[in-house]
Write a new protein. Structure first.
Length: 317
Protein backbone atom coordinates (compact mmCIF):
# COMPACT_ATOMS: atom_id res chain seq x y z
CA UNK A 1 0.00 0.00 0.00
CA UNK A 2 1.46 3.33 -1.09
CA UNK A 3 1.19 6.13 1.48
CA UNK A 4 1.73 9.85 1.10
CA UNK A 5 4.02 10.23 4.11
CA UNK A 6 6.66 8.11 5.78
CA UNK A 7 6.14 9.63 9.23
CA UNK A 8 3.72 12.02 10.92
CA UNK A 9 5.50 13.75 13.82
CA UNK A 10 3.02 14.79 16.53
CA UNK A 11 3.81 17.12 19.41
CA UNK A 12 6.24 19.85 20.37
CA UNK A 13 7.12 22.64 17.93
CA UNK A 14 8.83 25.72 19.29
CA UNK A 15 11.40 28.45 18.85
CA UNK A 16 14.81 27.80 20.42
CA UNK A 17 16.95 30.84 21.27
CA UNK A 18 20.57 29.77 21.79
CA UNK A 19 22.99 32.10 23.54
CA UNK A 20 25.78 33.15 21.19
CA UNK A 21 28.42 33.47 23.91
CA UNK A 22 29.38 29.79 24.14
CA UNK A 23 31.09 29.04 27.43
CA UNK A 24 29.19 31.64 29.41
CA UNK A 25 26.30 31.38 31.83
CA UNK A 26 22.81 31.88 30.47
CA UNK A 27 22.63 34.91 32.80
CA UNK A 28 25.50 36.50 30.87
CA UNK A 29 24.22 36.01 27.32
CA UNK A 30 24.07 39.24 25.33
CA UNK A 31 22.71 37.89 22.04
CA UNK A 32 20.83 34.82 20.80
CA UNK A 33 20.38 32.92 17.55
CA UNK A 34 16.96 31.59 16.60
CA UNK A 35 16.31 27.97 15.59
CA UNK A 36 13.42 25.59 15.19
CA UNK A 37 12.86 23.65 18.42
CA UNK A 38 10.85 20.79 19.87
CA UNK A 39 11.87 17.15 19.55
CA UNK A 40 9.12 16.09 17.08
CA UNK A 41 9.70 19.16 14.90
CA UNK A 42 13.44 18.52 14.79
CA UNK A 43 12.79 14.85 14.03
CA UNK A 44 10.56 15.86 11.11
CA UNK A 45 13.34 18.04 9.71
CA UNK A 46 15.89 15.25 10.13
CA UNK A 47 13.58 12.82 8.33
CA UNK A 48 13.16 15.28 5.44
CA UNK A 49 16.92 15.78 5.18
CA UNK A 50 17.31 12.01 4.83
CA UNK A 51 15.10 12.15 1.75
CA UNK A 52 11.93 10.80 3.35
CA UNK A 53 8.45 12.36 3.49
CA UNK A 54 7.47 13.71 6.92
CA UNK A 55 4.40 15.63 8.02
CA UNK A 56 4.01 17.70 11.19
CA UNK A 57 0.95 17.54 13.45
CA UNK A 58 1.00 20.40 15.93
CA UNK A 59 -0.23 23.91 16.72
CA UNK A 60 1.53 27.26 16.58
CA UNK A 61 0.50 30.71 17.68
CA UNK A 62 -0.99 33.37 15.44
CA UNK A 63 2.14 35.48 15.67
CA UNK A 64 5.67 35.92 14.36
CA UNK A 65 7.17 32.87 16.07
CA UNK A 66 4.35 30.66 14.84
CA UNK A 67 4.95 31.80 11.28
CA UNK A 68 8.68 31.17 11.73
CA UNK A 69 8.02 27.57 12.85
CA UNK A 70 5.63 26.88 9.97
CA UNK A 71 7.86 28.48 7.34
CA UNK A 72 11.00 26.74 8.62
CA UNK A 73 9.32 23.34 8.55
CA UNK A 74 8.01 23.96 5.03
CA UNK A 75 11.40 25.16 3.79
CA UNK A 76 12.94 21.92 5.05
CA UNK A 77 10.46 19.81 3.11
CA UNK A 78 8.06 18.97 5.96
CA UNK A 79 4.35 18.91 5.13
CA UNK A 80 2.59 21.60 7.22
CA UNK A 81 -1.02 20.97 6.20
CA UNK A 82 -1.77 19.92 9.78
CA UNK A 83 0.16 22.68 11.55
CA UNK A 84 -2.87 24.46 12.98
CA UNK A 85 -2.82 28.11 14.00
CA UNK A 86 -4.17 28.53 17.54
CA UNK A 87 -5.88 31.93 17.89
CA UNK A 88 -5.48 32.13 21.68
CA UNK A 89 -2.10 30.58 22.52
CA UNK A 90 1.47 31.64 21.83
CA UNK A 91 4.14 29.50 20.22
CA UNK A 92 6.42 27.84 22.79
CA UNK A 93 9.80 29.46 23.42
CA UNK A 94 13.01 28.11 24.94
CA UNK A 95 16.17 29.94 26.01
CA UNK A 96 19.29 27.78 25.89
CA UNK A 97 23.03 28.02 26.43
CA UNK A 98 26.18 25.96 26.06
CA UNK A 99 28.23 26.60 29.18
CA UNK A 100 30.61 23.62 29.01
CA UNK A 101 30.63 19.96 27.97
CA UNK A 102 28.37 18.99 30.88
CA UNK A 103 26.25 22.12 31.35
CA UNK A 104 23.51 23.12 28.93
CA UNK A 105 21.18 25.54 30.74
CA UNK A 106 17.70 25.98 29.34
CA UNK A 107 14.45 27.61 30.39
CA UNK A 108 11.15 26.56 28.85
CA UNK A 109 8.37 29.08 28.23
CA UNK A 110 5.54 26.62 27.54
CA UNK A 111 2.77 27.59 29.93
CA UNK A 112 -0.48 27.24 27.94
CA UNK A 113 1.55 27.20 24.72
CA UNK A 114 0.11 26.54 21.27
CA UNK A 115 1.33 22.98 20.72
CA UNK A 116 -0.28 21.90 24.01
CA UNK A 117 -3.60 23.07 22.55
CA UNK A 118 -3.53 20.17 20.10
CA UNK A 119 -6.68 18.07 20.25
CA UNK A 120 -8.41 15.23 18.41
CA UNK A 121 -10.26 17.70 16.18
CA UNK A 122 -6.99 18.68 14.50
CA UNK A 123 -6.75 15.47 12.46
CA UNK A 124 -8.84 12.64 11.07
CA UNK A 125 -8.48 9.02 10.04
CA UNK A 126 -7.56 9.87 6.45
CA UNK A 127 -4.56 11.90 7.59
CA UNK A 128 -3.28 9.25 10.02
CA UNK A 129 -3.83 6.58 7.35
CA UNK A 130 -1.72 8.60 4.89
CA UNK A 131 1.49 7.77 6.78
CA UNK A 132 3.50 4.62 7.34
CA UNK A 133 4.23 5.66 10.92
CA UNK A 134 2.96 8.04 13.59
CA UNK A 135 5.55 9.45 16.01
CA UNK A 136 4.30 10.69 19.38
CA UNK A 137 6.11 12.92 21.87
CA UNK A 138 6.08 11.72 25.48
CA UNK A 139 5.65 15.33 26.60
CA UNK A 140 2.19 15.32 25.04
CA UNK A 141 1.14 12.55 27.42
CA UNK A 142 1.70 14.91 30.37
CA UNK A 143 -1.58 16.84 30.16
CA UNK A 144 -5.14 15.58 29.79
CA UNK A 145 -6.00 17.41 26.54
CA UNK A 146 -2.93 16.33 24.59
CA UNK A 147 -2.96 12.87 26.18
CA UNK A 148 -6.47 12.39 24.77
CA UNK A 149 -5.31 13.63 21.36
CA UNK A 150 -2.42 11.15 21.37
CA UNK A 151 -4.78 8.34 22.33
CA UNK A 152 -7.15 9.28 19.52
CA UNK A 153 -4.31 9.34 17.00
CA UNK A 154 -3.08 5.96 18.23
CA UNK A 155 -6.54 4.44 17.84
CA UNK A 156 -6.73 5.68 14.26
CA UNK A 157 -3.20 4.40 13.59
CA UNK A 158 -4.16 0.90 14.75
CA UNK A 159 -7.34 1.04 12.69
CA UNK A 160 -5.46 1.96 9.50
CA UNK A 161 -2.29 -0.08 9.93
CA UNK A 162 -0.05 2.91 10.67
CA UNK A 163 2.85 1.98 12.92
CA UNK A 164 3.21 3.80 16.23
CA UNK A 165 6.49 5.28 17.44
CA UNK A 166 7.02 6.76 20.91
CA UNK A 167 9.78 9.31 21.40
CA UNK A 168 9.88 9.31 25.22
CA UNK A 169 11.07 12.95 25.17
CA UNK A 170 11.24 13.21 28.97
CA UNK A 171 11.69 16.66 30.49
CA UNK A 172 10.83 16.52 34.22
CA UNK A 173 9.98 20.22 34.32
CA UNK A 174 7.26 19.71 31.72
CA UNK A 175 5.63 17.14 34.00
CA UNK A 176 5.69 19.60 36.92
CA UNK A 177 8.38 17.66 38.78
CA UNK A 178 10.84 20.54 39.20
CA UNK A 179 10.71 24.29 39.65
CA UNK A 180 10.09 26.15 36.35
CA UNK A 181 13.71 27.23 36.07
CA UNK A 182 15.13 23.69 36.13
CA UNK A 183 14.66 22.88 32.46
CA UNK A 184 18.13 21.34 32.16
CA UNK A 185 17.39 18.63 34.75
CA UNK A 186 17.09 15.42 32.74
CA UNK A 187 15.83 12.91 35.27
CA UNK A 188 13.48 12.84 38.24
CA UNK A 189 11.98 9.49 39.23
CA UNK A 190 8.17 9.49 39.18
CA UNK A 191 5.79 6.55 39.46
CA UNK A 192 3.10 8.69 37.83
CA UNK A 193 5.18 9.44 34.73
CA UNK A 194 6.28 5.81 34.48
CA UNK A 195 2.65 4.65 34.64
CA UNK A 196 1.60 7.17 31.98
CA UNK A 197 4.33 6.02 29.60
CA UNK A 198 3.79 2.34 30.24
CA UNK A 199 0.08 2.73 29.55
CA UNK A 200 0.86 3.44 25.87
CA UNK A 201 4.08 1.48 25.33
CA UNK A 202 2.27 -1.81 24.86
CA UNK A 203 0.63 -0.33 21.75
CA UNK A 204 3.87 0.93 20.17
CA UNK A 205 5.95 -0.61 17.40
CA UNK A 206 9.07 1.43 18.19
CA UNK A 207 10.19 3.13 21.42
CA UNK A 208 13.11 5.57 21.40
CA UNK A 209 14.85 7.21 24.35
CA UNK A 210 18.07 8.26 26.01
CA UNK A 211 19.31 6.28 28.99
CA UNK A 212 17.45 8.60 31.39
CA UNK A 213 14.30 8.26 29.29
CA UNK A 214 14.55 4.47 29.28
CA UNK A 215 14.92 4.68 33.08
CA UNK A 216 11.69 6.68 33.52
CA UNK A 217 9.75 4.51 31.07
CA UNK A 218 11.02 1.29 32.61
CA UNK A 219 10.68 2.46 36.20
CA UNK A 220 14.28 1.68 37.18
CA UNK A 221 17.64 3.45 37.12
CA UNK A 222 19.25 0.12 36.22
CA UNK A 223 19.29 0.36 32.42
CA UNK A 224 19.07 -3.35 31.71
CA UNK A 225 16.33 -3.81 34.28
CA UNK A 226 14.38 -0.92 32.76
CA UNK A 227 14.79 -2.41 29.29
CA UNK A 228 13.60 -5.79 30.52
CA UNK A 229 10.53 -4.18 32.05
CA UNK A 230 9.75 -2.50 28.74
CA UNK A 231 10.30 -5.78 26.91
CA UNK A 232 7.76 -7.42 29.23
CA UNK A 233 5.20 -4.84 28.08
CA UNK A 234 5.88 -4.77 24.36
CA UNK A 235 7.51 -6.56 21.45
CA UNK A 236 8.42 -3.16 19.98
CA UNK A 237 11.89 -2.37 18.75
CA UNK A 238 13.56 -0.57 21.69
CA UNK A 239 16.18 2.04 20.76
CA UNK A 240 18.60 3.31 23.42
CA UNK A 241 20.23 6.56 22.29
CA UNK A 242 23.87 6.93 23.37
CA UNK A 243 24.84 10.40 22.11
CA UNK A 244 28.08 10.45 20.08
CA UNK A 245 28.29 6.65 20.35
CA UNK A 246 25.21 6.16 18.20
CA UNK A 247 22.45 3.97 19.58
CA UNK A 248 21.62 0.39 20.44
CA UNK A 249 18.43 -1.16 19.05
CA UNK A 250 16.99 -4.21 20.79
CA UNK A 251 14.85 -6.39 18.54
CA UNK A 252 14.24 -9.27 20.91
CA UNK A 253 15.32 -10.38 24.36
CA UNK A 254 17.41 -7.95 26.36
CA UNK A 255 21.01 -9.24 26.73
CA UNK A 256 22.50 -10.16 30.08
CA UNK A 257 25.19 -7.50 29.76
CA UNK A 258 26.63 -4.98 27.34
CA UNK A 259 29.91 -5.89 25.67
CA UNK A 260 30.72 -3.17 23.17
CA UNK A 261 33.24 -3.54 20.37
CA UNK A 262 34.73 -0.36 18.93
CA UNK A 263 34.81 -0.11 15.13
CA UNK A 264 35.14 2.51 12.43
CA UNK A 265 32.91 2.72 9.37
CA UNK A 266 34.62 2.72 5.96
CA UNK A 267 33.04 4.48 2.95
CA UNK A 268 33.99 4.70 -0.73
CA UNK A 269 34.40 7.93 -2.72
CA UNK A 270 30.65 8.18 -3.43
CA UNK A 271 29.82 7.89 0.26
CA UNK A 272 28.65 4.27 -0.04
CA UNK A 273 29.24 2.14 3.05
CA UNK A 274 31.87 -0.57 2.46
CA UNK A 275 32.81 -2.27 5.71
CA UNK A 276 33.91 -1.79 9.31
CA UNK A 277 37.39 -1.82 10.79
CA UNK A 278 37.86 -3.09 14.32
CA UNK A 279 39.74 -0.77 16.66
CA UNK A 280 42.15 -1.81 19.34
CA UNK A 281 40.89 -1.11 22.91
CA UNK A 282 43.19 1.90 23.20
CA UNK A 283 41.73 3.40 20.05
CA UNK A 284 38.14 3.44 21.26
CA UNK A 285 38.16 7.19 21.79
CA UNK A 286 40.05 7.96 18.57
CA UNK A 287 38.64 10.55 16.24
CA UNK A 288 37.47 9.64 12.75
CA UNK A 289 40.18 9.72 10.10
CA UNK A 290 39.82 12.47 7.51
CA UNK A 291 38.44 11.59 4.05
CA UNK A 292 40.88 10.57 1.36
CA UNK A 293 42.45 13.39 -0.60
CA UNK A 294 40.20 14.76 -3.31
CA UNK A 295 37.02 13.18 -1.94
CA UNK A 296 34.47 14.71 0.42
CA UNK A 297 33.12 11.30 1.37
CA UNK A 298 35.63 8.48 1.31
CA UNK A 299 37.61 7.40 4.34
CA UNK A 300 36.49 6.32 7.77
CA UNK A 301 34.11 7.56 10.41
CA UNK A 302 34.05 6.43 13.98
CA UNK A 303 34.43 5.12 16.46
CA UNK A 304 31.14 3.27 16.57
CA UNK A 305 30.22 0.90 19.38
CA UNK A 306 28.56 -2.34 18.37
CA UNK A 307 26.73 -4.69 20.72
CA UNK A 308 27.10 -8.18 19.20
CA UNK A 309 24.67 -10.03 21.47
CA UNK A 310 20.97 -9.34 21.08
CA UNK A 311 21.14 -5.87 19.56
CA UNK A 312 22.36 -3.86 16.60
CA UNK A 313 23.44 -0.28 16.14
CA UNK A 314 22.29 2.66 14.08
CA UNK A 315 25.09 5.20 13.79
CA UNK A 316 24.88 8.96 13.10
CA UNK A 317 26.27 9.83 9.67
Amino acid sequence: MSRTFDVICMGRAAVDLYGDQVGGRLEDMQSFSKYLGGSPANTAVGIARLGLRPAMLTRVGDEHNGRFVRETLAAEGVDTSHVTTDPKRLTALVFLGIQDRQTFPLVFYRDNCADMGLDAGDFDGAFIASATALLLSGTHLSQARTHAACRAAMALARQHGTRIVLDIDYRPVLWGLTSPGMGEQRFVASDNVTAHLQSVISECDLVVGTEEEIHIAGGSTDTLQALRRLRSLTAALLVLKRGPMGCVAFEGAIPVAFAFQAVQLVFDESGEFLTTQQLAPGDAAARALPPAAGSPHSGTRGPVFLEPRGAFVRVPQ
